[in-house]
Design a protein around this ligand. Structure first.
Ligand code: 5CU
Length: 381
């Protein structure tokens, strides 16, 4: 029972030293550049997004050093982190380079996690990881399957992080079916995470800094990629596929009934799917990185309602609400969104924990689940 009350962060990133050193050698995005500040000191800056404002943002040890991750966890009362390489993963590499680097980074990550301290009073490690696949255009499926095998043989890697581009045609590409089969069979969880947002023209000409691509572009990318997966019938072909969506699934929960209605009115798509679109939402896992209790409550109700499409029951009562919250997992997005001023705790973390605490209608058990118990079960820690 004590283990159920641990806090587990499922959305927390890093750049392993091997990866950071590759970014330092690059002249094009993604890259790490060194510049001399006005005070004469040198600083490294990370440039990963297209049109990144003001030449990138400072990148410090929090991105690369394990000790910094552990210090951050301690400061915020986080017992376990399931760390993942931050975007853009291996997207900028050719297939052979991507494959070789994925294998090395997966070994590095296994080492990073397996040699981490244990959680006091348990045999669990403080760090587990999501591995990487060389999922880049024109990569052979064998290369992907080989890496799935490597990840599943690495006892501290509990899944893999993936962007939305697939091998060039997105994740609804049928050529990826053997990959979904292998991932499902291995019982690994796919952490689906955005990087590209939506086309820049949507943001207009005003200088809004990084706000629109991050607040809206990222979640819309996840929304679109997941919707395409649903429409392609992937969840009918691979019903045990476990997908964890970043940023609470973006706009998908809000749009799911509209999606269902559009499908019903489109016979070609409707005939392709075995279930109402809302059924598939109940098969997803969502991180709880949405910074507000109302949003978390809404999302868990939407997930709970999916149960109706499975059982035929019309109730959104406490039991089915727990089914909804049971698919949501605390995350921080560390080391992104550092505090603007040096403060004790990171606002982004405090807000996400407070949001969980204050959801109307979640029982104490539901909250303990979202903070850590759900992750312990999902990843069999
Ligand atoms: O602030 C950002 O750019 C990001 C990013 O690139 N990736 C991420 O996971 N969170 C924030």
């Amino acid at each position: 029972m004590a283990a159920r009350q641990l806090v587990v962060d499922v959305h927390t990133h890093l750049y392993l030293p091997r990866y950071a050193s590759i970014l330092r050698q690059r002249n094009t995005v993604p890259k790490i550049v060194t510049r001399v500040r006005d005070d004469g000191c040198k600083e490294e800056r990370l440039v990963i997004l297209k049109d990144e404002p003001s030449g990138g943002r400072p990148i410090g040890a929090s991105y690369t050093e394990r000790n910094e991750k552990l210090k951050f966890m301690k400061k915020h009362g986080i017992d376990i982190s399931i760390v993942s390489t931050a975007n853009p993963w291996l997207d900028f590499l050719q297939p052979k380079e991507a494959h070789d680097l994925a294998v090395k980074l997966n070994d590095d990550l296994e080492e990073y996690c397996s040699t981490s301290p244990t959680v006091r009073g348990t045999s669990m490690k403080q760090l587990y990881g999501f591995g990487l696949l060389p999922i880049v255009p024109h990569v052979g499926i064998d290369s992907l399957l080989e890496t799935v095998k490597q990840i599943s043989a690495s006892s501290h890697l509990k899944g893999l992080i993936m962007g939305t581009r697939g091998i060039g045609k997105g994740l609804d590409d049928e050529e990826l079916d053997p990959l979904w089969a292998a991932i499902s069979e291995a019982g690994l969880t796919v952490f689906l995470h955005p990087h590209y947002g939506i086309p820049q023209e949507a943001w207009g000409e005003k200088d809004n800094g990084h706000v629109l691509p991050l607040a809206l572009g990222f979640p819309m990318e996840t929304t679109i990629a997941t919707t395409r997966l649903i429409l392609s019938g992937v969840f009918d072909r691979f019903p045990s596929l476990r997908l964890l969506l970043a940023h609470s699934g973006g706009a998908l929960p809000q749009l799911s009934s509209r999606l269902a209605s559009c499908i019903v009115h489109d016979p070609i798509v409707a005939s392709r799917l075995k279930h109402d679109a809302r059924f598939y939402l109940g098969k997803l896992y969502l991180d709880a990185v949405s910074y507000g209790s109302e949003e978390l409550g809404f999302v868990s109700d939407v997930l709970a309602r999916s149960n109706r499409y499975e059982t035929g029951s019309n109730n959104v009562d406490q039991a089915s609400r727990s089914i909804g919250s049971g698919r949501m997992l605390f995350g921080t997005d560390h080391p992104f969104f550092p505090p603007l001023a040096s403060s004790e705790k990171w606002k982004s973390v405090v807000e996400n924990l407070d949001a969980i605490e204050n959801v109307q209608g979640w029982s104490e058990v539901d909250k303990i689940g979202v903070k850590g118990g759900n992750a312990i079960s999902l990843f069999n820690l």
